[in-house]
Design a protein around this ligand. Structure first.
Ligand code: GAR
Length: 199
């Protein structure tokens, strides 16, 4: 049985599209059953609908500081669709430890850096400013601490002398799409799983 998978987005959704495309292969072990955005205007929602995927928007703003309230709404949509795996793909909201615990080992994230280097935002500009010669992307299991958790896949790209953050981002996003599809395959097949609480 293909694992019913939800993708959570906040914006453009190019990683989402890569996962939707990968899941078209008959032997792909995950089915993209739902795309959810915290931003009702996320361009990725339209892209998902065009691909025939069920979408939902849960605007986080009316919840204010009530992160748990937002997550209760999110959880009930995931439950309603029988979701087994969650992929964060440019989902720019921090999740509470309680929500993360519920999805322990079943929720993965892509981050545009070679973790543990450059957690957080503006990773491409920071890699250039630090003089890094190599940069890249990481797919990892989600744990309560941001941009941490067991690593499933990484890919590296060179940082070139004349790089701007935009040029470097364009090089990184290409490998993001490849490793995310490969990582979701590995997790959905059970080849990559969390067997104990990470330290
Ligand atoms: C991607 O580069 C992803 O790695 C990054 O946001 C971008 C979303 O692009 N995620 C984070 O920075 C998470 N902290 P996309 O919407 O086109 O997939």
């Amino acid at each position: 049985m293909r694992k019913r998978t939800a993708i959570l987005i906040s914006g453009r959704g190019s990683n989402m599209s890569a996962l939707i495309d990968a899941a078209k292969a008959p032997d792909y072990p995950a089915e993209i059953a739902l795309v959810v955005s915290n931003n009702p205007d996320a361009p990725g929602l339209a892209r998902a609908r065009e691909a025939g995927i069920t979408t939902a928007a849960i605007d986080h703003r009316p919840f204010g500081k009530d992160r748990a309230g937002f997550e209760t709404a999110l959880q009930s949509i995931l439950d309603a669709h029988g979701i087994e795996l969650v992929c964060l793909a440019g989902f720019m909201r921090l999740l509470t430890a309680e929500f993360v615990a519920k999805w322990q080992g079943r929720m993965i994230n892509i981050h545009p850096a070679l973790l543990p280097a450059f957690k957080g935002l503006d990773t491409h500009a920071r890699a250039i400013a630090a003089g890094a010669k190599t940069h890249g992307a990481t797919v990892h299991f989600v744990v309560p601490e941001m941009d941490s958790g067991p690593i499933i896949a990484q890919a590296a790209v060179p940082v070139l002398a004349d790089d701007t953050p935009e040029r470097l981002a364009a090089r990184v996003i290409v490998v993001e799409h490849k490793i995310y599809a490969a990582a979701l395959r590995a997790v959905a097949e059970g080849r990559n799983r969390v067997e104990e609480e990470p330290d």
